[in-house]
Design a protein. Structure first.
Length: 255
């Protein structure tokens, strides 16, 4: 009986300490790392909950999808500048255990040659931007920043972003520009380009020359290319446009 009483006391004491620790973490805005590390996959939030809360998680400059940042993005790379590849949105399968890392995982699969079913889009972007057969896929993705503009996961491959999703994507994108300071932005897709215009994120700086300007970030030259899933994505048509984007960025680069 004494042993049982001591066990109960120990359990109560541990529970009390855990409650105090959790309350303290909540007060300072941090999750308890021990509890976080011990969560198994079955304990993670359901995909439906992540989908419902995606807009909430894009308050301020935070993002739902973590961007891919190549190892050499901010260093010496194949472009000689900081290049952002800006995509519109991404469809996430419901059984994806880490949807917030979807963008990073997809690019990793491209570089390692795994799961080709999901990586054709990224290979098309690579061929669109690179006119040098000696530049590998890995060297390209190691040199760029890749970001999904819509910060809410779409629930099927035919779904389109809602007006609310477009609206709530503006502030996280501004925050990304401030943090990562791209000097050139390649926008993938006409609809995304049109929405950037509507959001007044694009300014015309010359004869069909465009730039993205937000407070706190350097001006980034910008252009767009057709989406790989649509018609009219010809490497011979768009590669010169991308090459001009890079030349403009190099000409205005502040060393």
């Amino acid at each position: 009986m004494l042993t049982t009483g001591r066990n109960r006391l120990s359990i109560q004491l541990v529970s009390a300490i855990d409650a105090i620790f959790t309350a303290f973490c909540s007060l300072i805005g941090r999750r308890p790392m021990i509890a976080q590390a011990s969560r198994s996959r079955k304990d993670r939030p359901a995909f439906s909950n992540l989908l419902a809360n995606a807009d909430e998680s894009t308050i301020g400059y935070s993002t739902f999808f973590k961007p891919w940042e190549g190892e050499n993005y901010s260093r010496t790379n194949i472009f000689g500048l900081r290049m952002l590849i800006l995509c519109e949105s991404v469809y996430i399968q419901k059984n994806n255990p880490d949807p917030e890392y979807a963008t990073i995982n997809l690019v990793k699969w491209v570089c390692t040659g795994t799961r080709k079913r999901w990586t054709n889009y990224f290979l098309k972007v690579y061929h669109l931007a690179i006119n040098d057969q000696n530049t590998s896929v890995t060297a390209f993705w190691d040199s760029v920043l890749f970001y999904e503009y819509i910060q809410a996961p779409l629930n099927n491959n035919r779904a389109r972003p809602t007006p609310e999703m477009w609206k709530k994507a503006i502030e996280p994108f501004r925050g990304l520009l401030v943090k990562h300071e791209p000097e050139a932005v390649l926008v993938i897709g006409k609809e995304l380009w049109s929405n950037l215009l509507q959001a007044k994120l694009l300014t015309e700086s010359g004869d069909d020359d465009w730039a993205i300007e937000v407070p706190g970030a350097p001006t980034a030259v910008a252009t767009f290319a057709n989406h790989p899933s649509g018609m009219g994505l010809s490497d011979s048509k768009w590669q010169p446009i991308v090459s001009r984007l890079i030349e403009r960025a190099r000409a205005t680069k502040k060393y």
